[in-house]
Design a protein around this ligand. Sequence first.
Ligand SMILES: NC(=O)c1ccc[n+]([C@@H]2O[C@H](COP(=O)([O-])OP(=O)(O)OC[C@H]3O[C@@H](n4cnc5c(N)ncnc54)[C@H](OP(=O)(O)O)[C@@H]3O)[C@@H](O)[C@H]2O)c1
Length: 269
Amino acid sequence: MPASKYAKLRDVRVLLLGGTSGIGFATAEACIEAGAIVIISSSTPDRLSSALSKLKTCYPEAATANKIHGHICDVSQAESLEANITALLEFATNNNTHKLDHITYTAANVPRLPGLADYQASETKSSTVIIRYDAPIMLGKLAPAYMNPGPRSSITFTGASTASKPTPGRGILTGLGASTEGVAKGLAVDLAPIRVNVVAPGTVDTDLLRALAGPDPKVQAGFKEMLKKVTLLDKVGAAEEVAEAYVYFMKDANVTGAVIHTDGGRLLK
Ligand SMILES: NC(=O)c1ccc[n+]([C@@H]2O[C@H](COP(=O)([O-])OP(=O)(O)OC[C@H]3O[C@@H](n4cnc5c(N)ncnc54)[C@H](OP(=O)(O)O)[C@@H]3O)[C@@H](O)[C@H]2O)c1
C-alpha cells in the first residue's frame, strides 16, 4: 500500500485568482499545507505583497522550497481581461514550461449593482459583472493550454448560495451567481477531461462581508448576527471551512460539473 495514496496535492501546481484574502487566501494556505506549489493573484500590489509575506512567514519550509509565488492580475476591465489573464498564466507556468494542475477562482469586488427599479442595460459592462461573468469565461478559454490535460486537473469557480435561495432586493446579483453555475457546467462539457466545478458559499467572514456591512465594527457585528439567524447551524462560515470544498474538488478526479453548497444549511431554513 503506498504511504501517500491521498496526498494528491503534494508538488502539484495551483493558481489561485483572488488568493490574497478571504476564501482564496485560506485555500492557498490549505494547498501549501498539503504540499502544493501555489501562485496567488489579485489586483492590488500592496495586498498581494502583504499576502505573500504572510504565507511565507507562516510556511517557511514552503517558502524556502520556492513553493509560494504571486502576480498582479486585474480581472475587472473588459479591455485588458484577455491580456491580463494571459500574462498571469504565462507567469504561473514559467512561460508554459510548468503546466498547472488546478485553478481556483475567488476573485470578486464589492458588488455595486442598483436595485431593480434603477437597473440600466449598461450595467452589463460594469466591473461587478465583468469579474463575475466575463472573467470566468475568459479563463475557460485561455487556461486549458496552460494545464496538464486529463481528469486530475481542475478549475473551480465560486458562486453563492443566493443563486439557489435569493435574498430580497438582490435579484441581479442572484442572476450573476446562477450564471457562474451555468458557465461552469458548460465549461465542464467543453473542457473535459479537465474538470470544472463550483463552490457556492453562504455567508463567510471575510473582507468582502465586512465591506458590505460598512466600516463601523458595531454595524458589522449586527450584520453578522442577522446573517447567522438565516442558517441551520446559527453561524457565519469561516474561510478555512469553505476552503475545504476547493481542496475536495482538486482531489476527486471523478467530479465535474458539480456544485458544493457550504452555507451552514441556509438552503434548508
Ligand atoms: N464572503 C461571503 O460572504 C461570500 C458569500 C457568497 C459568495 N462569496 C464569493 O466568494 C468569493 C470570494 O470572496 P471573499 O469573501 O473571500 O472575498 P475577499 O476576501 O474580498 O477576496 C476577494 C479577492 O478578490 C480579489 N479581487 C478584488 N478585485 C479584483 C480584481 N479587480 N481583479 C482581480 N482580483 C480581484 C481581492 O484582491 P484585491 O483586492 O487585491 O484585488 C481578493 O483576493 C467571491 O466570488 C464572492 O462573491 C463570498
